[in-house]
Design a protein around this ligand. Structure first.
Ligand code: BTN
Length: 337
């Protein structure tokens, strides 16, 4: 698979956005390139989740039109939170988290948002890859600066989950729930994931790059690359306007990040627990060292640890160290790992 798409491919796809046929000749003329260049630019896009129909005598057509990201549209949906952000939308980047971490080191201001149509090396938690097709997801990161020390940001990942669920509920995705530490599930299938990366001094200041990936419309190729049960916003009945969804998520995120800066995760803890898909359920935790723990979910702590009532008493587990499955249910065990 080629590492990324060329700018010409993006220009062709934008011309084809509305789903109507355009001939190779028309595309070539309007973009001042040869018909062969157009053919090359629109060839082999299935691996990016794009299906281009090519019919003799009619030309090219997108099977599923793309709803492009647009920073102006996104800003419109931020409401009173517009001033909190500087939103940028790009065609392609390795990883929005990686790019913002680099920009943070170079002194970028808090509130910078980078959203990408395509990530070529999207990163998930615990070193995993995060696969999404072009236009089939919302993949974006937010740089946020804190006066707090880096050690005080332990519950931030969970706070971000609260913002996501609030936004999804407000968009009609009523069944959105959380799985510790910060997966968003609908009917036990993964809809979204977050990757929060923190840098800074123990005593402050510090910064976080909050990366969020939300499946929007999963294509078959992308689905085949994901090794767990997944769902997307279209299946969950959300609005089909990606800019609106992104704007709403950012608005709720600004509220939560401001509250977190002032008071940490504590005041959000009960709300987080009310969204937890495994609240008060017996679970098995699989530890990174290959071991496992069984117990009943007793909640989460103010620093984001999972509280598990085990036969040896109440134990705490920290973000990123464990996986969580519902105990004694092999079907679900496969579906939520
Ligand atoms: C996970 O569930 O493992 C976390 C997935 C986080 C994916 C998002 S997409 C935007 C941002 N950029 C990345 O490379 N990763 C995060």
């Amino acid at each position: 698979m080629a590492d990324t798409l060329t700018p010409l491919t993006f220009r062709c796809l934008r011309r084809l956005s509305d789903g109507a046929f355009l001939s190779g000749e028309q595309l070539a003329r309007s973009l001042a390139v040869s018909r062969t260049s157009i053919w090359k630019a629109l060839h082999g896009l299935e691996q990016y989740g794009i299906e281009v129909l090519r019919l003799q005598g009619r030309g090219y057509r997108l099977v599923a039109p793309i709803d492009w990201l647009d920073a102006v549209q996104i800003r419109r949906h931020l409401g009173v939170h517009a001033e909190a952000y500087d939103v940028r939308a790009v065609d392609s980047v390795e990883s929005t988290n990686t790019a913002l971490l680099e920009q943070a080191v170079a002194g970028a201001r808090g509130g910078l948002v980078l959203a990408a149509e395509l990530q070529t090396r999207g990163r998930g938690r615990r070193g995993r890859a995060w696969h999404t097709g072009l236009g089939g997801a919302l993949t974006f990161s937010v740089l946020w600066r804190f006066e707090l020390g880096a050690g005080s940001l332990a519950g931030l990942g969970l706070a971000v989950g609260v913002a996501l669920v609030r936004a999804l509920h407000s968009l009609g995705v009523d069944e959105a729930m959380l799985k510790w530490p910060n997966d968003v599930l609908v009917r036990y299938q993964k809809l979204a994931g977050t990757l929060v990366e923190i840098q800074g001094d123990v005593l402050g200041p510090s910064l976080a790059v909050v990366g969020i990936g939300i499946n929007f419309r999963l294509d078959d190729f992308t689905r085949s690359r994901i090794d767990q049960a997944v769902t997307d916003l279209v299946a969950a009945g959300a609005p089909r306007d990606r800019n609106r969804v992104l704007g709403r998520v950012l608005a709720h995120l600004a509220e939560v990040l401001q509250a977190f800066s002032a008071q940490g995760f504590g005041p959000l803890r009960k709300e987080w627990e009310s969204y937890h898909v495994y609240a008060a359920r017996p679970v098995t935790l699989r530890l990174p060292d290959g071991g496992q723990e069984e117990g009943t979910v007793a909640g989460v702590s103010d620093d984001g640890a999972l509280l598990l009532q085990t036969s040896a008493g109440l134990r705490r587990f920290h973000s990123g160290e464990v996986s969580l499955w519902a105990a004694g249910d092999d079907q679900r065990r496969r579906s939520v790992s």
